[in-house]
Design a protein around this ligand. Structure first.
Ligand SMILES: Cc1cc2nc3c(=O)[nH]c(=O)nc-3n(C[C@H](O)[C@H](O)[C@H](O)COP(=O)(O)OP(=O)(O)OC[C@H]3O[C@@H](n4cnc5c(N)ncnc54)[C@H](O)[C@@H]3O)c2cc1C
Length: 442
């Protein structure tokens, strides 16, 4: 006999820990696909989120690039979830990624070609707007804010008990863990799966609204190789602000020290006055001006940590997004991956070919792990590239420039067909590899 459609989730109690990109995409996808396919009774999907509301904490205010290339596909996920139109309304000015040395003279511009069925190949959107767009697609009763999960415990029979900070608890048939890179649930259930420090930290900051925005930022975002092993990233957020990071190699302990410095208004100001100018030294305008315009209280430290996807085979518990395959901002892909995980997990749970949740979970993991691994490897290439120095940086820059010219020629030959982001990225990675810039510091 054919299994009933949605037999794995019918009437099941499904808990999602973490209501951001991965958790919300999953909840929205499972609900939407279950309704579309007539699953009855519908699964009960409850998302538990630590934040008090959808409004972002100050340290989480940044903008994200969401793309359509095969290595990302965040835009296709948003389209499938019916949330793309909303996101397009919040698209930031300046599209495309530019790679340059310290001088805002692009060695390479990655804009992405036309993607059938999509109005644009990439968008830049604030994390808050993306999260709100996902939330707006959900029934409000599915999400519970100020609900921090403090423990998960496997029970006989395959269910899981979640305990909350407010003293309450609940038992669920299936738990989707989407609580981010520092996942508390991962620490509780799989203590050996720890973040790996890549050897780099970044200081990130934001300017107040700028009138006008520098023309360089209106062109798009910039990933830059500085003269002294300092990398820079700069982009637009909230239509008028600049968000940037300055990154460098440092021992692991420096990240916690730096965070402590930046959390204290007194030392934060000292860092802003004395240390930040040293980091930006050698970059050309408008970067130094953007940094001078920063509100020191917006500075925060980011350790570039990651974690390769691990065996995702606990009974009744599945990890998605950064909780499963944390990637540093240098991947520029973690939100794309997390949302894609959410959709693909929902698809596998509703796939009638799977006899059990374990089979569905295995199929999901086989789909999602390779692309997440690739994204993390890309981030290592980017780290090597932006922090390269001396002759290594010159070789890297030359190879990227040559790659860019090849792309121009291909574009010219192919005419309006354009060259897709995937092809560009393949060439770009080849250039990075050719320069040896994949070498990691730690
Ligand atoms: C500066 C910066 C720039 C970035 N740029 C890009 C980019 O351009 N493109 C891109 O694709 N990605 C980018 N990323 C990465 C991206 O933001 C993350 O990879 C993505 O947000 C991961 O989504 P997630 O849902 O897995 O986890 P998160 O976004 O970390 O969400 C986890 C959620 O779980 C909640 N939570 C945590 N613990 C608990 C608990 N115990 N109980 C309940 N809730 C809990 C948190 O409050 C949070 O809402 C960037 C990251 C940074 C820091």
């Amino acid at each position: 006999m054919e299994p009933e459609l949605g037999h794995l989730v019918q009437g099941k109690r499904i808990a999602v820990v973490g209501g951001a990109m991965g958790g919300l995409a999953f909840a929205l996808a499972l609900r939407k696909l279950s309704v579309e396919r007539g699953v009855h009774p519908l699964p009960s999907i409850q998302v538990f989120e630590r934040d008090v509301s959808a409004a972002e904490r100050a340290d989480r205010g940044y903008s994200l690039s969401v793309r359509a290339d095969p290595g990302s596909m965040g835009l296709q996920v948003l389209q499938r979830l019916g949330r793309l139109e909303d996101c397009l309304k919040h698209n930031e000015p300046g599209q495309g990624m530019h790679i340059s040395r310290h001088n805002f003279r692009p060695l390479l511009q990655i804009r992405g070609g036309e993607v059938p069925g999509l109005p644009v190949p990439r968008i830049r959107i604030t994390r808050a707007n993306l999260r709100q767009a996902l939330l707006d697609g959900m029934e409000p009763e599915m999400i519970h804010f100020s609900k921090t999960v403090v423990n998960a415990e496997s029970l006989p029979g395959g269910t899981t008990r979640l305990s909350f900070e407010d003293g309450s608890s609940g038992v669920y048939d299936y738990v989707v863990v989407a609580d981010g890179a520092n996942s508390r649930i991962r620490r509780a259930l799989l203590p050996d799966q720890q973040l790996h420090y890549t050897g780099y930290i970044a200081v990130a900051g934001k300017t107040p609204p700028l009138k006008p925005l520098p023309p360089e930022l209106l062109q798009g975002q910039w990933l830059m190789m500085g003269p002294k092993g300092v990398g820079a990233f700069v982009a637009v957020m909230n239509q008028a602000q600049a968000i940037y990071s300055l990154s460098f190699a440092a021992p692991k302990t420096r990240s916690a020290e730096l965070q402590a410095i930046l959390n204290n208004p007194q030392t934060q100001k000292e860092f802003f006055d004395n240390e930040l100018p040293k980091l930006v030294d050698g970059f050309v305008e408008p970067l130094p001006a953007l940094i001078r315009a920063t509100d020191p209280s917006s500075l925060w430290a980011i350790a570039a940590n990651d974690l390769m996807p691990f065996a995702n085979d606990l009974p009744g518990v599945v990890f998605i997004g950064d909780a499963w395959h944390a990637m540093s901002p240098f991947a520029g892909n973690g939100a794309n991956m997390a949302m894609r995980d959410g959709l693909e997990l929902a698809e596998e749970l509703l796939n009638p070919a799977h006899a059990s949740l374990a089979n569905a979970q295995e199929a999901f993991s086989e789909r999602a792990a390779p692309r997440s691994r690739d994204a993390i490897k890309d981030s290592h290439r980017n780290l090597g590239m932006v922090h390269s120095q001396g002759w290594r940086q010159l070789v890297t820059a030359a190879l990227i420039w040559v790659t860019s010219r090849i792309i121009d020629i291909v574009l010219w030959v192919k005419g309006s067909q354009g060259l897709g982001t995937a092809s560009m990225m393949r060439l770009f990675r080849a250039a990075q590899d050719g320069s040896g810039s994949t070498k990691r510091v730690a």
